[in-house]
Ligand binder design. Structure first.
Ligand code: SAM
Length: 233
């Protein structure tokens, strides 16, 4: 749903986002299951990443690290996974999860995505329910594409308010906005799929649970193969 609210968008301020997720972190694993994310959507997202051993993967807004162990196991010790997040408390949950699973090939980075330097390029980038937490999702997609290695893939798993219930959600928007800001998937004003469409990047979107959850995969062109001509003797 487009942002029609006249108030300034608090998500534009990374300090607001950080404070919000720091506040939510202790409850995150309790609240998150209430959103009934279909397992099929999660499976589809991981399959769309088309991971293989030795890949270098970036999980943007990795939060409590829900998928980090799985990603790390697939890329193996020859590969590596970096989880980046603004919230130190969410990252602390990731750290606990990783040490329980005794996974060593994951690096956690406490930073704003927009502050990440361009010196490393990633084979795969995963936005798992993080795109709609960005004040400017299109800028986040652009940044992600800039960090992607040629031939790489960027996968987005996200959600929005169920379109079937627009009649209800429109009428109760102030309550929904407040509730989601206090809990997890806090951005009823952001429709990440619409932002993706507006970005003009070609992508195929797969929908789940009545067009509420979606998975999409953006690909970056591989470098052209330049045929070198052998010098004639
Ligand atoms: C809804 S949580 C999703 C967490 C996790 N990926 C999951 O699926 O459970 C969104 C996460 O994105 C992070 N985030 C939002 N904006 C960010 C930014 N600009 N840079 C890095 N992380 C950000 C938040 O701190 C939060 O932990």
């Amino acid at each position: 749903m487009p942002n029609k609210s006249p108030r300034p968008n608090p998500r534009d301020d990374p300090r607001w986002v950080e404070a919000r997720f720091d506040r939510i972190a202790p409850w995150y694993n309790v609240i998150e299951p209430l959103f009934l994310v279909p397992q099929e959507a999660r499976r589809q997202a991981i399959a769309s990443l088309a991971l293989s051993t030795s890949m270098n993967v970036l999980s943007v807004g990795c939060g409590s690290g829900r998928s980090l162990v799985q990603l790390a196991e697939i890329v193996g010790t020859a590969g590596c996974v970096t989880g980046i997040d603004l919230s130190s408390r969410m990252l602390q949950r990731s750290r606990t999860r990783l040490s329980r699973a005794r996974v060593a090939n994951v690096t956690l980075c406490h930073s704003d995505l927009f502050r990440l330097g361009q010196e490393t390029h990633y084979d795969r980038i995963f936005f798992e329910f993080s795109l709609s937490s960005f004040g400017d999702p299109r800028a986040a997609i652009e940044k992600g594409l800039a960090l992607l290695a040629p031939g790489g893939k960027l996968v987005i798993l996200d959600g929005r308010l169920p379109p079937r219930f627009h009649w209800l959600t429109r009428a109760t928007m102030p309550v929904i906005r407040w509730l989601l800001e206090q809990t997890v998937l806090g951005d009823p004003d952001v429709d990440a799929s619409l932002e993706l469409e507006r970005s003009g990047v070609p992508s195929e979107v797969k929908w789940f649970r009545g067009k509420t959850y979606f998975v999409t995969c953006l690909s970056k062109e591989p470098l052209p193969v330049i045929a070198l001509k052998a010098p004639s003797i």
